[in-house]
Design a protein around this ligand. Structure first.
Ligand code: NAD
Ligand code: MG
Length: 416
C-alpha cells in the first residue's frame, strides 16, 4: 500500500497537521494549470466562493487568451502563463492587471509551477501535455490536486514515487477517485478493502450494440447525457476509454491490485464510486454530477466546508439504477484492465495512441469503433518494458503516436 502514503490517507502525521483550514497564515494559495478548461473554470468558481480558504496565485491556458485575460482581471493572480507560443501573441503584458506577470511557453510554466508563491497546484491540463507541470510541481514538493488522469496513466508509478520522495500529497479530483478518497478516510481503511468499484454513466451510446456504433457521428459522441466536459474526455466517455483510464488511475493512486478493481454503469451519475470492505459492507459516495464538489474536497481536505456545489433534491429522488457494461460494444474497458495489469510502458502507449485516435475522430478522419481498435493494435504491437524510467516512457509515448498515425494511414489507404 506504499503508493497511497503519498496521497496522504494512511499517514496520520499528514492528516494531523493539515494546512487546509483557514488559518492565521491566510488562505491556501493555489496555481491552476489548464485554468481555461472545464475543470479550470470550475476550480476558479470554487475559489471565488471560498475567498477565505483559497487564493489564486497563478493560472495557465494553452490558447484562449481572451478568457485568460478575463480570469486574470477577476482573480488577480501573480502570474499568467500562455503555453502555446503562437497564441501568446494575443495577450500582452499591458493587457493584464498591474503586478500580474505574463510568461510564455511550457518551460516558463514549469518554472512558475515549481516556484514560490503557492503551496498547491491544480493539474487540469488535458492529455500527456500535463505531465511536465505535474512533475515540476511534485519535484518542488508542492501538493497536487490531480484532474489530469492521462499523466497517471502514462507515468503513475513514477509520479507516485516522486510524490512520496518529495513528501508531496496527490489529491484526487476525478469524481470517482475523489469518491474513493472520501470513503477511505478512516485510518487503515485501505488495508480493509475487498474491491474498489468505479461507476460510469455509460456515455451517450449506452444500450447500443456494437453493430449500432459503426456510423455514429462526432456530434452524437459529444452529446454526453450527464456531464459537461472538454471534448477529449467526452469522447473517452463515449468509448468507455475514460473508465479504462480511470481504472489505471485508481490502480496507481490507491496502489490496488487489478483484481480488486471493477466498474459498473450507473446512468444517473450520482453515485461516484463504491468501496466494498472485507466484511462485506459496501459504502458509496453520492452527490449531483457537479465537478465543483471533488475539486473543492481536494482543495479543502481534510476539512468539509459549505461550497457552491448543487445539492441532491431528496424530494425529487426516486431511483438510482445500475447495469453491467457491454464489454463487446466497449472493448476499451477490458483493454484498460489488461494495461493496468501489465504496468510498465503499457499505460504510456495506451494513452498516446488514444490521444491520437480521439484527435483523428474529432477531425472526422477516423470512425468511432476504430478509436479503440487503433489503441488495441498499437498496444499489442509495442515492446513492453516492465520498469521504465521517465525517458523510456516519453519514448514509448512518441513511438505510440507515430504508430497510431501509421495505423490510421494504412486504414485510409485500404479503404480507398
Ligand atoms: P478541457 O479541454 O476543457 O481543458 C483543457 C485545458 O488544458 C485548457 O485549459 C487548455 O488550454 C489546456 N491545454 C490543452 N492543451 C494543452 C497543451 N498542449 N499544453 C498546455 N495546456 C494545454 O479539458 P477538461 O475537461 O477541463 O479536462 C482536463 C483534465 O481533467 C483531463 O485530463 C480530464 O480527463 C480531466 N477530468 C475532467 C473532468 C471534467 O468534468 N471535465 C472530470 C474528471 C477529470
Ligand atoms: Mg471521472
Amino acid at each position: 500500500m506504499s503508493g497511497f502514503l503519498a496521497v496522504g490517507l494512511s499517514n496520520s502525521n499528514l492528516m494531523g497537521q493539515s494546512n487546509h483550514s483557514a488559518s492565521a497564515s491566510g488562505p491556501k494559495r493555489i496555481a491552476i494549470v489548464g485554468s481555461t478548461g472545464t475543470i479550470g473554470v470550475n476550480c476558479l468558481d470554487v475559489a471565488a466562493h471560498l475567498p477565505e480558504r483559497l487564493q489564486v496565485a497563478g493560472i495557465s491556458g494553452h490558447s484562449n487568451t481572451r478568457l485568460l485575460k478575463e480570469q486574470a482581471e477577476k482573480h488577480r493572480p501573480d502570474w499568467v502563463a500562455v503555453t502555446d507560443v503562437v497564441a501568446a501573441a494575443g495577450l500582452k503584458q499591458g493587457d493584464l492587471p498591474s503586478g500580474c506577470e505574463l510568461v510564455v511557453g511550457q518551460d516558463a510554466l514549469a518554472r512558475k509551477v515549481a516556484g514560490p508563491g503557492h503551496e498547491l497546484v491544480v493539474s487540469a491540463i488535458v492529455g500527456a501535455a500535463g505531465l511536465d507541470s505535474t512533475w515540476a510541481a511534485l519535484e518542488a514538493g508542492k501538493d497536487v490536486a490531480v484532474a489530469n488522469k492521462e499523466t497517471l496513466v502514462l507515468a503513475g508509478a513514477l509520479v507516485l514515487d516522486l510524490a512520496k520522495r518529495r513528501n508531496a500529497k496527490l489529491l484526487p479530483v476525478d469524481s470517482e477517485h475523489s469518491a474513493l478518497f472520501q470513503l477511505l478516510q478512516e485510518p487503515g481503511a485501505l488495508g480493509r478493502v475487498e474491491k474498489l468499484v468505479l461507476t460510469g454513466s455509460g456515455g451517450p451510446f449506452r444500450g447500443r450494440k456494437r453493430c449500432e456504433l459503426a456510423e455514429v457521428t462526432v456530434e452524437q459522441a459529444l452529446a454526453h447525457p450527464t456531464w459537461r466536459m472538454g471534448k477529449k474526455i467526452t469522447i473517452d466517455s463515449a468509448t468507455l476509454m475514460n473508465k479504462a483510464l480511470e481504472l489505471i488511475e485508481a490502480r496507481w493512486l490507491f496502489d490496488m491490485p487489478v483484481n480488486r478493481l471493477d466498474a459498473i454503469i450507473h446512468p444517473e451519475s450520482v453515485i461516484h464510486s463504491f468501496v466494498e470492505f472485507v466484511d462485506g459492507s459496501v459504502v458509496a459516495q453520492a452527490s449531483p454530477p457537479d465537478m465543483r464538489l471533488p475539486i473543492q474536497y481536494a482543495l479543502t481536505w481534510p476539512d468539509r466546508v459549505w461550497g457552491p456545489t448543487r445539492r441532491l433534491d431528496w424530494r425529487a429522488l426516486s431511483k438510482w439504477t445500475f447495469e453491467q457494461p457491454d464489454r463487446e460494444a466497449f472493448p476499451a474497458l477490458d483493454l484498460g484492465l489488461a494495461v493496468a495489469q501489465a504496468g510498465g510502458t503499457a499505460g504510456a502507449v495506451l494513452n498516446a495512441a488514444n490521444e491520437v485516435a480521439v484527435e483523428r475522430f474529432l477531425a472526422g478522419s477516423l470512425k468511432f469503433l476504430d478509436i479503440t481498435q487503433l489503441v488495441v493494435e498499437v498496444v499489442g504491437a509495442h515492446t513492453h518494458d516492465a520498469s521504465p524510467a521517465l525517458n523510456d516512457l516519453r519514448r514509448a509515448d512518441g513511438w505510440a503516436r507515430k504508430e497510431a498515425v501509421l495505423w490510421q494511414n494504412n486504414q485510409t489507404t485500404m479503404a480507398n
